[in-house]
Write a protein that binds this ligand. Structure first.
Ligand SMILES: Nc1ncnc2c1ncn2[C@@H]1O[C@H](COP(=O)(O)OP(=O)(O)OP(=O)(O)O)[C@@H](O)[C@H]1O
Length: 311
C-alpha cells in the first residue's frame, strides 16, 4: 500500500524521476485510458480529470523531491443533470486518488440526505458519523447534496450533518475526499448559502448533457457490451427514439439510454419467443430490429418506462 503523500519522507538523493514509470505505477495511465475508452463524449470532464491527476502526480513527486508542498485539498463538486456520468467518474477519480496514495483504501460510498440525516432529535450525528466511518480512506459521494440544507426549516437536522461534514472535510482531509454532486443551479445556490462548503472544495467539474449523436453511440456501446447490435433500420429508429425521449419528462441522459436498452432487449426476446416454430441463428440472437425500438411508448406520446429518473 502506498503511503499518504504528506506523510512521505523526503528521500535524499531522489533528484530525478521517471514520469512515465511513476504514472504507470500509480495506475493513472491505465485509469485515464479506461476513462477515455469507456466513456463517450465528456471531453471537458475528461480533460479536468486528467489535469487533476497530473497535479496530484506532480504533487507526489514534489514531496519526494523535498520541494515545498502542503496536503492538497481534494474535495470536489460534480455538477450536471442526472445520468451524465457523475457517479461513474467518481469511481475513476477514487482509483486515481488511491493509486497515488492520497486515500488509503479507495472505496466510494455513495449517499443521499436520508443516509446522513435522522428523522428525530439525536439521530443525525450517529448516522452521519457511521457513514463517515465507512467512507474514511476513500471517497464520500453525496448525491443531490443541496437536500442537506433546508432553508425553510430552521430546526432542520440537515444542519447538524452539514456541521459534522464540514469539520471532517477540514480536519481529516488527508484521508477522506468528499464529492458533492447534483444539478448545477441548485448546487450554486447551495454553495451560496453554505460558504463553508464552497471554500473547502478545490475542484469543480461540470458535466454537460449529451448530444443526441453521443447518446446513440452510448446506446451502441451498451448494446455491444451486452452482445447485441442494431440493424441499420433499428439504428434509424433509435435516432428517432432519442430525439423524442429527450423532450419527454424524466429524461436522464445516459441513464435513460441504459433503461431503453434494457427494454429493447425485453422486446427483442419477446419477438423471438413469439414464434416458437422457427430456428434461431446467432444473427437473430444478436440483432435488434426496428420493431424492438418502435414498440416503445415514447412513440405513442408516453414516457418510456416508469417515468422515473432513477427506476
Ligand atoms: N459517457 C458515457 N458513456 C457511456 N456510458 C455512460 C456515460 N455516461 C454515463 N454512462 C452510463 O449511464 C449510467 C448513468 O451514469 P451515472 O450513474 O454515472 O450518472 P450520474 O450523473 O451519476 O447520474 P445520477 O445523478 O442520476 O446518479 C451508467 O450506467 C453509466 O455507465
Amino acid at each position: 500500500m502506498l503511503d499518504v503523500p504528506h506523510a512521505m519522507t523526503t528521500e535524499p538523493g531522489e533528484t530525478s524521476f521517471d514520469l512515465r514509470k511513476e504514472a504507470e505505477e500509480a495506475g493513472i495511465t491505465g485509469t485515464l485510458q479506461q476513462l477515455e475508452q469507456e466513456l463517450i463524449g465528456l471531453k471537458p470532464v475528461k480533460s479536468r480529470v486528467r489535469q487533476i491527476a497530473s497535479l496530484l502526480l506532480i504533487e507526489r513527486i514534489r514531496q519526494r523531491a523535498g520541494l515545498a508542498s502542503s496536503p492538497p485539498t481534494l474535495h470536489m463538486s460534480f455538477t450536471g443533470n442526472p445520468g451524465t456520468g457523475k457517479t461513474t467518474v467518481a469511481l475513476r477519480m477514487a482509483k486515481i486518488l488511491h493509486g497515488l496514495g492520497f486515500v488509503r483504501r479507495g472505496q466510494v460510498i455513495s449517499v443521499t440526505r436520508d443516509d446522513l440525516v435522522g428523522q428525530y432529535i439525536g439521530h443525525t450525528a450517529p448516522k452521519t458519523k457511521e457513514i463517515l466511518k465507512k467512507a474514511m480512506g476513500g471517497v464520500l459521494f453525496i448525491d443531490e447534496a443541496y437536500y442537506l440544507h433546508r432553508p425553510d426549516n430552521e430546526r432542520d437536522y440537515g444542519q447538524e450533518a452539514i456541521e459534522i461534514l464540514l469539520q471532517v472535510m477540514e480536519n481529516q482531509r488527508e484521508d477522506l475526499v468528499v464529492i458533492l454532486a447534483g444539478y448545477g443551479e441548485r448546487m450554486t445556490s447551495f454553495f451560496a448559502s453554505n460558504p463553508g462548503f464552497r471554500s473547502r472544495i478545490a475542484h469543480h467539474i461540470d458535466f454537460p448533457d449529451y448530444a443526441e449523436a453521443e447518446l446513440l453511440v452510448i446506446a451502441e456501446l451498451m448494446l455491444k457490451e451486452r452482445g447485441y447490435r442494431l440493424s441499420a433500420a433499428a439504428r434509424e429508429a433509435f435516432e428517432k427514439y432519442i430525439a423524442l425521449r429527450r423532450t419527454q419528462p424524466f429524461f436522464s441522459n445516459a441513464r435513460s439510454i441504459r433503461n431503453a436498452v434494457d427494454r429493447i432487449r425485453l422486446r427483442q426476446a419477446d419477438r423471438l419467443v413469439s414464434d416458437l416454430d422457427r430456428m434461431l441463428d446467432i444473427a437473430d440472437l444478436e440483432t435488434i430490429d426496428p420493431m424492438d425500438v418502435l414498440a416503445s411508448r415514447v412513440f405513442s406520446g408516453g414516457a418510456d418506462a416508469q417515468g422515473s429518473a432513477k427506476p
